[in-house]
Design a protein around this ligand. Structure first.
Ligand code: GTP
Ligand code: MG
Ligand code: ZN
Length: 298
């Protein structure tokens, strides 16, 4: 009788924690296996990414072949990681200076992917005047925390917020993502880099996404920094849903389908006028609106 291939193999389930040079490192909770992909995946061009839950057929003690990818709960594309529940978005208050536009792009991406965002402003030991204004503008809408790996500020709360969840660290190069993880995870020695003197930017030290198991349950991904991010494929009329502070005024504008731009009697613009919505967030909204409208012409 012809046996199915699978029944002759020893199958395990695990999570892809690293991927490079065509190999996938899969953790099953106790052990790590170095795996290749079954040919079918290559033909179907199905991508396997870090965070994917997979089935693998063991080939030897520590090696296997990925035979199945289980359905994903979420897929973040920048940085590429599957099944994350929350994104720890790290910006530094200086060196490099925070870019609120990039932060807003990332917040929209997490909203669209149904991933909970946590904003961490790191290097608070370097904070100069003016930064608290930016911090408080986000604090009224999102969970925001301040950290420093030099003074230890906020690191305990950060560890706490990771416990039991699958999280991804994301943000520009040089803001201190890997340094924070080294500080809160015993025994972890991720490579970190200095800031370029000339460009005042990070040097893209982390090159690959890596999921690290947490001592008290859950996992966290260190990822390479990025300096630009495309907005997701959104209709202009859906953009304000991605700004929680605007969403609460839904249905209160005079015009149905108000884009909160030039329309009269707009509840969102009124809220901006009296300081209930931060001007900087609203201006960013208008810029994104133009960007999305521009896309639709083609
Ligand atoms: N002053 C200060 N410097 C910090 C802090 N955290 C990290 N740094 C420094 O910032 C620099 C960059 O840190 P990394 O951890 O490599 O930054 P990263 O975000 O992982 O950068 P990429 O891997 O390139 O994306 C290093 O020189 C760190 O020592 C902090 O809280 N305060
Ligand atoms: Mg890094
Ligand atoms: Zn409006």
């Amino acid at each position: 009788m012809k046996k199915s291939l699978n029944s002759m193999e020893s199958l395990r389930q695990g999570i892809v924690v690293k991927a490079y040079s065509g190999y996938y490192y899969v953790q099953d909770g106790c052990e790590e296996f170095v795996c290749s992909l079954r040919g079918r995946f290559r033909h179907e061009k199905q991508q396997v990414v870090v965070g994917d839950r997979v089935e693998l057929a063991l080939r030897s003690n520590r090696a296997g072949v990925i035979v199945k990818v289980l359905p994903r709960c979420s897929l973040l594309l920048r940085p590429t990681v599957a099944n994350v529940e929350q994104a720890v978005i790290v910006f530094s208050v200086q060196q490099p200076e925070p870019d609120p536009g990039l932060l807003d792009r990332f917040l929209i991406t997490t909203f669209i992917n149904n991933i909970k965002p946590l904003i961490y402003f790191n290097k608070i030991d370097l904070a100069a005047g003016g930064i608290m204004e930016l911090v408080s503008c986000y604090q009224s809408v999102y969970p925001v925390m301040l950290t420093s790996t030099i003074t230890g500020t906020g690191l305990e709360e950060l560890s706490e917020s990771l416990r039991g969840k699958i999280s991804v660290f994301a943000g520009p190069s040089g803001v201190g993502k890997s340094t924070i993880l080294n500080a809160i995870l015993p025994g972890i020695k991720l490579k970190t880099g200095v800031i370029s003197e000339k460009l005042k930017r990070g040097k893209h030290t982390t090159r690959h996404v890596e999921l690290i198991p947490l001592p008290e349950g859950g996992m966290v991904a260190d990822t390479p920094g990025f300096s630009s991010l495309e907005l997701p494929d959104l209709r202009p009329e859906d953009l304000s849903c991605c700004f929680p502070e605007m969403e609460q005024y839904r249905g209160q504008c005079y015009f149905t389908g108000c884009l909160h731009d030039r329309e009269p009697d707009c509840a969102v613009k009124e809220a901006v006028g009296v300081g209930r919505i931060a001007e900087i967030r609203y201006q960013q909204y208008l810029r994104f609106l133009q960007e999305l409208k521009g896309r639709r012409r083609y």
